[in-house]
Design a protein around this ligand. Structure first.
Ligand code: GDP
Ligand code: CA
Length: 315
């Protein structure tokens, strides 16, 4: 069975650990959001690609959710001490990834090629593809405490200003002109199942769907497409989805997250705490629903969630 998974960062990473225990990793293609990518210190940083790679390589820091387990932050401390730009945390080991990626990109390789090489170095056997090799940037239209309008890079909003601003809207600059990375549309078309990981609907999955042709490829295939809700009992497990979803008219619930994928998904997995929402999702969104414990506290839990999702899709 061939599976294509659309992925953001931590929610996707946890889930993918389970998915590759159910499906051989060689049969899994992960299409990753690059809307969060940024250039800092001259380095190209791709937070979601790195998260997915580290999780699949068993090198992720599960407690923190991002970065490498056992990493240190000596370079960052020195940067801060020198008066350099230090608002975005970069671990010492993590820096090696960004240095290598940046050099390879400067030599003329595409982000897909660089990602494949990094994955191979980290021993990741699933195929990890950026959604596009073009630059797409998620930007937040915000209003600060004094009522000033701000146009922020997603990372400035989330990491730099710690989500303190009111959110008016979300844009995906460049998505309309971006082309899917080589192999993305083909993998979607050839997939037996497409899975939307339990990632943030508006800043992780939506940017992927905004790249011209990806949503169409999903819509035009005949096989099932299943998603796992990142929202449990009306709140994200972690992150800022509760502040961003309302700005795009989505209710912060397992129903609201599913409604972002109306017409794309045939199946939706929700948490047992949200069991009461199942009939409404089935009726209003025409998705088949499975109810289970979706809290992925370890790989065994993630494996169970992945199995429920694939069984639902097959059923
Ligand atoms: P980010 O880019 O690192 O924020 O990564 P994602 O978009 O992939 O993941 C963030 C989402 O993952 C949040 O909306 C969380 O609610 C969700 N998430 C994290 N852990 C879990 C979990 O154990 N179960 C479920 N269902 N969702 C989770
Ligand atoms: Ca992200």
């Amino acid at each position: 069975m061939k599976v294509v998974a659309l992925a953001g960062g931590v929610g996707a990473g946890k889930f993918l650990r389970g998915l590759v225990r159910v499906v051989p990793p060689q049969h899994v293609t992960v299409v990753v959001n690059t809307g969060d990518d940024l250039t800092l210190h001259g380095l190209r940083i791709c937070p979601d690609l790195d998260s997915v790679t580290y999780w699949l390589a068993e090198l992720a820091d599960r407690r923190r959710g991002w970065g490498r387990v056992g990493d240190s932050f000596r370079a960052l401390e020195e940067l801060r001490w020198l008066g350099g730009e230090a608002w975005f945390s970069l671990g010492d080991l993590d820096l090696a990834t960004h240095l290598t990626r940046t050099q390879w990109l400067q030599q003329g390789r595409t982000l897909s090629e660089v990602t494949a090489r990094l994955c191979s170095a980290f021993g990741v056997t699933a195929r990890v593809l950026p959604m596009t090799d073009d630059v797409v940037t998620t930007r937040i239209d915000a209003v600060d405490e004094e009522g000033h309008h701000l146009d922020l890079h997603f990372q400035e909003y989330w990491v730099g200003r710690r989500a303190r601003d009111g959110v008016k809207g979300i844009r995906y600059d460049g998505a309309g002109q971006a082309r899917p990375a080589a192999g993305v549309a083909e993998a979607v078309t050839a997939a037996d199942v497409v899975v939307f990981c339990p990632s943030n609907p508006v800043v992780s999955i939506r940017p992927i769907l905004e790249v011209a042709g990806i949503a169409r490829a999903i819509r035009e295939r005949r096989g099932p497409a299943v998603g796992v809700s990142p929202i449990i009992a009306g709140a994200p497990v972690a992150g800022m989805a509760d502040r961003l979803m309302p700005a795009t008219g989505l209710e912060v619930s397992a129903f609201g997250a599913a409604s972002a994928y109306r017409g794309l998904l045939t199946c939706w997995v929700i948490d047992e705490r949200d069991a009461a929402l199942a009939p409404r999702i089935e009726r209003d969104l025409e998705m088949r629903v499975a109810v289970t414990d979706t809290l992925m506290t370890d790989d065994e839990a993630a494996e169970r969630v992945a199995r429920v999702a694939l069984d639902l899709a097959a059923g």
